[in-house]
Design a protein around this ligand. Structure first.
Ligand SMILES: [Zn+2]
Length: 258
């Protein structure tokens, strides 16, 4: 006999109602299973309760997350929307789950340390800079399960094909990217990647002019080139109403009515 502890109930409370089992109740350690849930029984073990194999299913199984296959996740948004922070968070969680991860970024992006992904809030993760996205497959270890790609918008050729190839090999691919360039136009191959991805997360920043959610990156200085890798002070996040793509170089812009 042993006491049912609160954490035991917590572990299985998602499956069934525990109106019949109160904390502190005594149950038999051996013998027939004492709890049931809609799909089977719950068996006490030295590690709390384990869920036995599901009973035979009739018809097709439906998985709410992919199982035994690869897939593509895109984390997109404007500058300062927390894309890289989210990428690092997902990769770290995969590490906690003891999955083998590898991270890459375009060699063009040398803002921070060359061999690390770095978010604006100073989180970093080791990564390999590559000149072309097509280099990634041959740099993969045989047991890699999760691939992170930061600043994916800077890969100008082969991004979609490479990610599709990795996902086809059973790898979970997580790409963080700007979805719009400084003109507010879809950025390079990212729209296509979003189209073939299983999961798309769109992050919003905060407009520095008015405080609304911001999905545009206002270029404050520099040239008219689409790719201009710059530190944070070259851009600021702006909302639809405050965005002025035709204006570069005016740091103090009057917004009518504000
Ligand atoms: Zn605004």
């Amino acid at each position: 006999m042993f006491k049912v502890r609160t954490e035991h109930i917590r572990k299985i409370s998602g499956w069934t109602s525990f109106s019949t089992v109160a904390p502190g109740a005594s149950i038999a350690r051996s013998g027939p299973s004492v709890f049931s849930w809609p799909g089977g029984t719950v068996v006490p073990s030295s590690r709390g309760f384990r869920r036995p194999a599901a009973p035979a299913q009739r018809g097709k199984l439906v998985h709410h997350v992919p199982r035994d296959v690869g897939w593509i996740e895109v984390i997109c948004g404007s500058m300062f929307s927390g894309k890289t922070e989210e990428l690092i968070r997902r990769l770290r969680r995969a590490q906690y789950a003891r999955q083998r991860i590898q991270s890459f970024k375009p060699a063009i992006d040398d803002r921070y340390t060359a061999d690390r992904i770095a978010s604006h809030d100073d989180r970093t993760l080791e990564c390999v800079p590559v000149a072309a996205v097509r280099e990634i497959p041959r740099l993969l270890h045989t047991d890699t399960e999760v691939v992170g790609i930061d600043e994916a918008q800077f890969f100008t050729e082969g991004l979609v094909e490479t990610c599709e190839g990795l996902a086809g090999r059973g790898i979970r691919v997580i790409a963080a990217a700007l979805d719009q360039d400084f003109r507010g136009e879809p950025f390079g191959e990212i729209p296509r990647l979003m189209a073939v991805a299983e999961f798309v997360t769109k992050n919003l920043a905060i407009c520095v002019r008015c405080g609304n959610p911001a999905n545009r990156s206002q270029r404050l200085r520099g040239t008219g080139d689409t790719i201009q890798v710059g530190a944070g002070d070259a851009y600021e996040p702006r909302c639809r109403a405050c965005f002025r793509p035709e204006v570069i170089g005016q740091e103090q812009i009057e917004i009518p009515g504000r």
